[in-house]
Design a protein around this ligand. Sequence first.
Ligand SMILES: [Ca+2]
Length: 124
Amino acid sequence: MMADERKLFIKILELNCFVTDEIGFDELYLVVNEEKIWPQNQLFKSINPGSTTIDVKISDLIPHIKIDLEVWDYDYLSSNDLLGTVPLYIDEPGGPYTTDMIPNHEETEQAKYSIVWEIDYMSA
Ligand SMILES: [Ca+2]
């Protein structure tokens, strides 16, 4: 098998919050391909400005694709809000990279987040 056909995984390392959408805390969770990937075993994690360790792997990726990682805010009384999307371009092993969230201006005026992540080959 040629090197460029090998499957890859990405690891989401950190979530950085610069500005929350709500006053105080956002109730955050992360979604890829309509599946919640973080936090596991709870609906959301309360996030305020600062850095949060994530440590989630997304496996079996083929090179030269883009994954849209969605940043959601859980709401108790209304529907949850898609705060924005972090486009992750999968090409070859590297990182850690820091990628800013592209805000969804229909839902948030101010939320500012970034994701720290890296790419590596799946082990044979
Ligand atoms: Ca909320």
